[in-house]
Design a protein around this ligand. Structure first.
Ligand code: SF4
Length: 287
C-alpha cells in the first residue's frame, strides 16, 4: 500500500502491525466484554501500553494471578498461549475460560508433545522470559531453552543422543541458524522444525527489503516490545535513518530533510489505529 505525497512518498509495509493471532485475541476479548462478560487477562495481551489502556477502557481487566479473578469472571488466554496449569487452576476455581491461543502456537504445543513421545529431548529456541516460550516448555518434561548461540555450550554441557528443536514463533531466522550450527556437533540425532510462523516470516522478509528502498524508515511500536525492537535493529543496520516511535507525536520533521521516500513498518503488537495516526502525521509533515 502506498500514499503518494508531493515531496515525501509514504510507503506502508504490507505486513505492518497486528499479526493474525494477536488481532484474533483482541477481537475475542472485546467481543466477550461487549457481550457483558467480566473478562480478565493474566498479564498484558500485547507489549503495547496504548493498546492495553484502550482495552481497559472497554472493561477488560488485567491481573497477575488467578486469585485476583472474581468467581463470575471469564479468563481469557492470550495469543501467546500458557502453561497447562493455568487451565487446571482455572477449572479448580470453576472459571469460564476463553482460549485465544494462536492456532500456530497450539501447533508448536502439539509438535513438542509428539517429539517428546518419540523420545526426543526438547530444545526450544526462544527468549527465556517470554510467555509463549514458557507455554511451550510447560507441555513437556525438562526442556532446554536456548536464547542465543553463546548459551548452547552452557545449556548442553554433554553430547545428547537425540533432540528435537522447535522455535518461538517470532524468532529472528539468523539467530535460529546460528544456534542450530552450534547444536549440530552436540547432538547425534538432531531433528529441527522451523516453527517461526508465516506472518513473522513475511514481516522479516519485508523489513530486510524496505530499508534499502526508502530514504527514511519509521518503525511504530512500544519500546517494551521485543518484536518491535528487533525490527528496528534489523532496519537500522540496513538504513541508519531508522527511527522507532511509540506514537505520532514522537515524529520529528527534521528527520525527513532531503528525503523523498519514507517507509513505515510496525511490530506485531502495534494496532492499525496507531499506524494510521503516524501516517496522518507524516502526511501533514509532507504537505
Ligand atoms: S506471531 Fe505468529 S504465532 Fe504468534 S500470535 Fe502472531 S500469528 Fe500467532
Amino acid at each position: 500500500m502506498s500514499d503518494k505525497q508531493q515531496k515525501l512518498q509514504i510507503n506502508i509495509a504490507r505486513t505492518a502491525g497486528f499479526c493474525f493471532g494477536v488481532k484474533r485475541a483482541v477481537d475475542m476479548a472485546t467481543d466477550n466484554a461487549k457481550a457483558g462478560k467480566k473478562v480478565y487477562m493474566l498479564g498484558h495481551i500485547v507489549h503495547n501500553e496504548l493498546v492495553v489502556d484502550r482495552l481497559k477502557r472497554q472493561g477488560i481487566r488485567f491481573v497477575d494471578q488467578l486469585d485476583e479473578i472474581d468467581s463470575d469472571g471469564t479468563l481469557m488466554i492470550r495469543a501467546h498461549g500458557t502453561v497447562p496449569e493455568t487451565y487446571t487452576d482455572a477449572e479448580a476455581k470453576d472459571l469460564e475460560v476463553v482460549d485465544a491461543t494462536c492456532p500456530m502456537v497450539l501447533e508448536i504445543h502439539h509438535l513438542v508433545k509428539e517429539l517428546a513421545d518419540d523420545g526426543y529431548r526438547i530444545i526450544i529456541i526462544g527468549d527465556h522470559d517470554h510467555q509463549e516460550v514458557k507455554g511451550i516448555a510447560g507441555q513437556v518434561e525438562d526442556p532446554i531453552i536456548v536464547a542465543n548461540p553463546e548459551e548452547v555450550n552452557q545449556r548442553l554441557p554433554h553430547i545428547l543422543k537425540k533432540a528435537g528443536v522447535v522455535v518461538q514463533s517470532t524468532q529472528n531466522i539468523f539467530n535460529v541458524q546460528a544456534i542450530v550450527r552450534e547444536l549440530v556437533p552436540r547432538v547425534q540425532n538432531l531433528h529441527v522444525v522451523n516453527t517461526i510462523c508465516g506472518p513473522t516470516k513475511s514481516h522479516q522478509k519485508e523489513i530486510h527489503k524496505m530499508p534499502n528502498d526508502n530514504d527514511v524508515i519509521i518503525i511504530v511500536g512500544s519500546f517494551m516490545s521485543a518484536n518491535t525492537k528487533r525490527l528496528t535493529s534489523i532496519s537500522k543496520e540496513l538504513n541508519p535513518r531508522t527511527y522507532q516511535v511509540e506514537k505520532a507525536a514522537d515524529i520529528q520533521p527534521e528527520w525527513f530533510q532531503g528525503a523523498e521516500t519514507v517507509g513505515v513498518s510496525a511490530g506485531a503488537s502495534t494496532p492499525d489505529w496507531l499506524i494510521e495516526e503516524v501516517v496522518e502525521r507524516l502526511q501533514s509533515i509532507a504537505a
